[in-house]
Design a binder for this molecule. Structure first.
Ligand SMILES: [Zn+2]
Length: 292
């Protein structure tokens, strides 16, 4: 999947990932099905050839060891029975505290991260609160709402799925595609239009959450198509999205998606929300895209 991806965009993104983030949550529809893609992310961080070749490295020893789960600086944690236990997280932390013997980045992947019990979650929380350079956390889940909010708030979230059960109205797809396009083209100059383009249609918290869900689907559908993931072909009104947002680069799309998800999470955990301030902050954050 990602290994076959030829475009430079993804490699640019991976370098940004290396510089900016130490912990990621991947929300996926099916962990096993998405796992090769997540391993490909890990390779970006561990194998230097992935940067210099800007390509997959089929004859690469490191990547081969990663594929066979025998590379010592990639650790994979899975539930032990019904849950992931504190001892598993502690063992992981001890092994990571010994410096990499290969002089590469270290990545640990926690599969079904929502199955961490309370004490495991708290151990992990302390660990990701004090990130060490060269160590990257990938939490993989099919349901991020079951993960401790304090952990969620410290991770960058990548959603690799679209929710096919939900139906999206053409009207909303059109309105929100237009809003994203305006943000992309005019950045902070979108500020005076927040009311007419967004808040008039989505005036309260529940409607805003739905709007952010829809924006997540719009952006995911474009990203998935660039990754050649087939699922999005079923999304109705995709032609509207593609016509208006089809020329945005993958790097920018991923940045926008991260911000949409980050602000959506904020919406669900903040009680006394000032909607106007919230939207102003969203526009400011999204406008920082060029810094990437
Ligand atoms: Zn490699």
């Amino acid at each position: 999947m990602l290994d076959d991806y030829q475009d430079n965009e993804f490699y640019k993104y991976a370098i940004n990932l290396k510089n900016y983030y130490h912990a990621y949550i991947f929300e996926v529809a099916n962990i096993e099905a998405s796992f090769p893609m997540i391993l490909a992310f890990a390779k970006m961080l561990i194998c230097k050839n992935h940067y210099t070749n800007q390509n997959s490295c089929p004859d690469c020893n490191i990547c081969h060891l990663i594929d066979t789960n025998t590379y010592s600086d990639l650790k994979i944690i899975e539930p032990d029975g019904m849950s992931i236990k504190k001892e598993q997280i502690e063992t992981l932390q001890q092994s990571l505290s010994l410096k990499s013997s290969n002089d590469t980045n270290q990545v640990y992947i926690i599969k079904s991260a929502e199955k961490m019990n309370a004490s495991a979650s708290n151990s992990l929380l302390k660990f990701i609160e004090e990130p060490e350079p060269g160590i990257y956390a990938f939490l993989v889940t099919e349901n991020r709402t079951q993960i401790l909010p304090t952990i969620l708030s410290r991770c960058n979230l990548i959603t690799l799925t679209t929710n096919q059960q939900t139906t999206y109205l053409e009207e909303d797809i059109k309105a929100l595609t237009e809003f994203i396009q305006k943000l992309h083209l005019e950045k902070e100059n979108t500020m005076p239009y927040i009311k007419t383009l967004f808040l008039d249609k989505y005036p309260d918290r529940d409607k805003i959450i739905k709007a952010f869900n829809t924006m997540e689907v719009i952006l995911s559908s474009l990203i998935n198509e660039k990754y050649q993931i087939k699922t999005t072909q079923n999304l109705k009104f995709y032609d509207i999205i593609k016509a208006n947002l089809g020329n945005i680069s993958l790097t920018d799309l991923i940045y926008y998606l991260e911000k949409v998800v980050e602000f959506k999470n904020m919406l669900t955990i903040t009680l006394n929300l000032n909607i106007n301030l919230f939207m102003d902050r969203f526009v400011i954050e999204v406008s920082k895209v060029e810094v990437m």
